[in-house]
Design a protein. Structure first.
Length: 489
C-alpha cells in the first residue's frame, strides 16, 4: 500500500513540477492559478494533431474551444493579455489581444495593445500592420505615428521615419522625443547643423533625465570634436557612432559606419563600434566579422579580444571564447571582474570545474559584497570537486561578511553537511530558517542532512516545504526528486 501511495505521490509531484515550470515561464504564481489556466498551459505541450487524428481533433475542439476559449469575453481576453504582458510573456499576450480583436474588430484598443506587444517582440512587420489598422480608425493618433517612426528606424528605413516625424512636428505638438529623433536622423545624413538644432530643442522641451542623458551623448561628441581642432571629419563620424551605441540606436550606428568603412577600412575603433552594434542586435556572425577585422588591424588590443570572446560565447564557441577572454585579461582589460565572471561561467559550462572555481574566487576577491557570489564556488567544491573543507572556508567568509543573512548560514550548514559536522550543520541550517523562513535552499539542505542521519520522515517534511517555497525553481525540483526517491524506498 505504501508503494502505491508513493507512486501516486510521484505522479502528482511530477505534474506539479512541470506545471510549475510552465507557470514560471509565464510569470504566474500558484496563488493566481485556476483550472482553465492549467488547461491552457498543458495544451501548449500537446503535439499538433495529424490528419488522421480526427477523433482527437474533435475532442480537443470540444474541450478547449467550445468550453473554454469561446466563453471568454472581449474584456476577459484584454485582461488576460494585460496579465501576460505585465509579466513579460509577450507571445501569450499577443494571442489574447488577437482574440479580443476578433471579437470586437471595430475597437481600437486591441490593436493599440498589439502594436505595443509586437514592437516589444521585435516583430516589426506585424507592428506595422497594427499601426496601419489604428491609423485607418484614427488618422491623427500621435502615439501610433511616433511608434511607426520608431519601427521604420528599427528597419533602417530612415527616409520613411523622417517623413512621419516631420508630419508629427507639423501637427503643432511640441514633443521632446520627436525632436530628439529628428536630430538623430539629421545626423545620420550628415546634416550636423540640423541635428544640433533639433537636439537642443529636444533638451529644451525635455523633462526626462534619461532622454537628457542621451541628448548629451551627441552634444558632447560635437564638443569633443570641436576641441580637437583640425581633426578629420571621420573622427566626428566615429564620435557620433559611439554616441549612437551609447543611446542604443544600433541601426543608425551601422548605417553611419558602413559609409565610414567604405572610405577607410583601416580604422580599428570603427570596426569595434560596428561589431558592438551588431552584437547588441544579436547579429553575431556580422559582429564576429567586424571584430575580426579590428583584430587583424591590432591583435593586442584588449577591447577587441574581449568582444571577440563575448561573440564566440554567444555563438556557442566556448573554447574560442575562453581563449580571447584570457587574451584580454593578459593585456589589461578593465574591469577585470567582468572577464573573471564570464570565464567562470564558461568554464562551468564546459565542466572545467577546477578553472571555474578559480575564476569564481577571483570574482570574490574583487567584490564580496553580494552573498550570492559565494554560492557557485561553494557548490562546485561540494558537488563536483569533493573538497568540502574549501567550501567551508568560503562559507565562513560569507558568514563573516553577512552575519545577519540567512543565505550565509545556509551556505555554512550546507558545507558542514559536506564535512560531516552534523551537529553544527543542523544548528546553522535552522538558524538560516529562523532568519528567513522562506529560503527554500535551507530546507533542502536540511533534508539532505536528515537523509544522512536516516531521519526520513523529517527529510520528507522539509523537502515538501522546499518544494512549496520554490515550486518552479531548481531547488524545488531537486526537493521533489529527493522526496520521490524517499517515498519509493
Amino acid at each position: 500500500m505504501r508503494k502505491f501511495f508513493a507512486f501516486l505521490m510521484a505522479i502528482i509531484l511530477a505534474f506539479l513540477a512541470v506545471t510549475g515550470v510552465l507557470l514560471y515561464r509565464q510569470g504566474v504564481s500558484f496563488s493566481e492559478v485556476d483550472l482553465n489556466t492549467v488547461k491552457e498551459l498543458w495544451a501548449e505541450l500537446l503535439p499538433e494533431p495529424s490528419e488522421t487524428d480526427e477523433d482527437v481533433i474533435d475532442i480537443i475542439a470540444t474541450d478547449t474551444s467550445e468550453t473554454f476559449e469561446e466563453n471568454l469575453s472581449y474584456d476577459e481576453h484584454i485582461e488576460k493579455g494585460d496579465y501576460y504582458f505585465e509579466r513579460g510573456f509577450l507571445t501569450f499576450a499577443s494571442n489574447e489581444y488577437v482574440k479580443a480583436a476578433n471579437l470586437e474588430p471595430n475597437r481600437i484598443e486591441p490593436y493599440q495593445k498589439l502594436l505595443k506587444t509586437n514592437y516589444e517582440l521585435g516583430d516589426y512587420t506585424k507592428a506595422t500592420i497594427n499601426a496601419e489598422t489604428i491609423l485607418s480608425m484614427s488618422p491623427n493618433d500621435f502615439n501610433t505615428k511616433f511608434t511607426l517612426a520608431l519601427i521604420y528606424i528599427k528597419q533602417s528605413d530612415f527616409d520613411s521615419a523622417t517623413t512621419v516625424l516631420e508630419e508629427l512636428s507639423a501637427s503643432g505638438v511640441a514633443d521632446a522625443e520627436v525632436s530628439y529623433y529628428r536630430g538623430l536622423l539629421k545626423i545620420v545624413f550628415d546634416d550636423h547643423d540640423g541635428g544640433k538644432k533639433f537636439l537642443k530643442q529636444a533638451k529644451s522641451d525635455s523633462g526626462d533625465a534619461e532622454l537628457d542623458k542621451k541628448i548629451n551623448y551627441f552634444l558632447d561628441a560635437y564638443t569633443e570634436y570641436e576641441f580637437a581642432k583640425a581633426a578629420e571629419e571621420l573622427y566626428l563620424s566615429e564620435l557620433l557612432s559611439r554616441a549612437y551605441n551609447k543611446a542604443g540606436e544600433y541601426e543608425m550606428t551601422i548605417y553611419k559606419l558602413k559609409n565610414v568603412l567604405k572610405t577607410r577600412s583601416d580604422l580599428r575603433d570603427a570596426w569595434i563600434l560596428f561589431g558592438f552594434a551588431y552584437l547588441n542586435l544579436e547579429s553575431y556572425y556580422f559582429a564576429q566579422t567586424a571584430f575580426e577585422r579590428a583584430y587583424d588591424l591590432d591583435s593586442q588590443w584588449p577591447t577587441t579580444q574581449y568582444f571577440l570572446g563575448l561573440t564566440h560565447a554567444e555563438l556557442g564557441n566556448d573554447d574560442e571564447a575562453i581563449i580571447y577572454l584570457n587574451y584580454a585579461l593578459a593585456n589589461g582589460f578593465e574591469p577585470e571582474i567582468v572577464i573573471h565572471q564570464r570565464l567562470a561561467d564558461l568554464y562551468l559550462e564546459i565542466e572545467d570545474y577546477t578553472n571555474a572555481v578559480v575564476s569564481y574566487e577571483e570574482v570574490l576577491d574583487m567584490n564580496n559584497e553580494d552573498i550570492n557570489s559565494f554560492v557557485r564556488p561553494i557548490w562546485i567544491y561540494l558537488d563536483y570537486l569533493d573538497e568540502p573543507e574549501k567550501a567551508l572556508e568560503l562559507a565562513e567568509l560569507a558568514v563573516a561578511a553577512f552575519p545577519e543573512t540567512a543565505m550565509s548560514y545556509n551556505l555554512l550548514g550546507w558545507s558542514q553537511v559536506g564535512t560531516d559536522d552534523q551537529t553544527e550543520a543542523e544548528k546553522n541550517l535552522k538558524q538560516a530558517i529562523e532568519l528567513d523562513p522562506n529560503l527554500a535552499a535551507s530546507y533542502y539542505n536540511l533534508g539532505k542532512l536528515y537523509e544522512v542521519q536516516n531521519r526520513d520522515s523529517l527529510a520528507l517534511e522539509v523537502y515538501q516545504k522546499a518544494y512549496e517555497l520554490d515550486p518552479s525553481g531548481s531547488i524545488g525540483n531537486l526537493a521533489a526528486q529527493r522526496y520521490n526517491v524517499l517515498m519509493t524506498e
